[in-house]
Structure formats: structure tokens, C-alpha cells
Design a protein around this ligand. Sequence first.
Ligand SMILES: O=C(O)COP(=O)(O)O
Length: 234
Amino acid sequence: MAAGAVNHAALAGVRAAIIDLDGTMLDTVPDFHVAINAMRAELALAPISAETIKHMVGKGSENLIRSVLALDLDAAGVEQRFEQAMDAYQRHYLAINGQHSTLYPDVIAGLAAMKAAGLRLACVTNKPIAFALPLLEQKKLRDFFEIVYGGDSLPKKKPDPLPLLQVCRDFDLAPSKVVAIGDSSNDAQAARSAGCPVLTVPYGYNHGHSIHETDSDGIVNTLLDAAKALQPMS
Ligand SMILES: O=C(O)COP(=O)(O)O
């Protein structure tokens, strides 16, 4: 769907929104870049570019670290170094979490507008919860959300629908009343499998693909545009 064209019928009656974190609210690639290259230095591996990392973000830490190691190592080598790499990565990430990350335009205004319109808000990210919560606090986002689930909060993460369905249960709402908003096919697939409508933003990561290739109920340029697309609510 083209940016700005929104399937209003699919969004009618929406009462809550599930918002993704990395690539949707915050540009966190600069944090990933610093932590991953610090980890790679410990493992005597050469630094890699932010652009390379950008395409690997969104499917959780394990997937990210395996993808980063696979740039240099075969499958057996990846498994052999995985634990050491993960320990180093987590230590470095927690030490700099948020320091290099920035809010995308109109995130706070968008969340405030959704709240003002009476929408209940949850954040569902594949980021580990121990990274996600301090980051949300630091960027003054935490208080917008009644619920925050990280990639390790529940038995399955996006693109599995489970975290989205858990939010629907928590809010006691049918999935058709809960819109998911994210930057990637990972978010859209989870939403489609859960039966939630989905809006995407075009500025995030999406594993190196154009967001126009992703099935959604509309592409919104900012979270403020998402809030406008969700009004008037029935
Ligand atoms: O994979 C991650 O760490 C971030 O994932 P998210 O896009 O679901 O926030």
C-alpha cells in the first residue's frame, strides 16, 4: 500500500495499539553498532558497518549475534563462539544502552495523541526486556505503556502472534480491536497471524526490504500520522 493510503475499514473500532520499539520509536542501530563492534573486538574480529547491522535487527538478540558471527565463521564456528559473543555483546550493550539512539520524529506527539484519543497502549519488542525497559525509561516513553513485552518475556517472539495475542487477552479485547504498528514484515506477519490490523512506518529497518513489499493496512509516515489514521474511533 502507498504511504498515506490507509484501510480505514480495517481500523474501525480499534481500542488499543501495540507499538514496536527498534526502528519504530527509536533509531537504535547506532547503539547496536557500538556494542557489536566492541564484542567483535573482544573476539578479534574486524569492525562492521552500521548499514550491515541495520538489516540484521528485528528478530531478537540470538538471531542478531548469530548473523553477525556468520559474516566471518561457518555454522560450527558460529555455535562455538556464540556464548562468548553473546556474553560480551550483552555486557557492552547494557553499558551504552540508549546513549547513541534517537527518537524518530513525532513519536512522543503520536503516543500522546493516541492516549488522548483513549487508546490503550502496549509495547511489544523482540529486544530483551532487560534492554527494553531502561531504554524506554531513559527516552521518557515508559509511562505511555500499560504493558511492555520483550523478546524473552514470553515463550515465543514476533513474527509468532503469541505476544500480540497475549496483549489482546491482557486488554480483554478481540484482536480486530488492537492495531499493531511496526517497521518490518516481522511485525506485520505477527499481526496478520494474530488477526490484528497493522500499520507500518517506512523509516525503520525491515531486514533490507522496502516496506512497500510488506502486507499491511497502511503505511504511515510517523506515529502522529498513525494516531490521525485511528481517529475518529467508533
Ligand atoms: O530484535 C530486536 O532486538 C529489536 O526488535 P523490535 O524491532 O521488535 O523492537
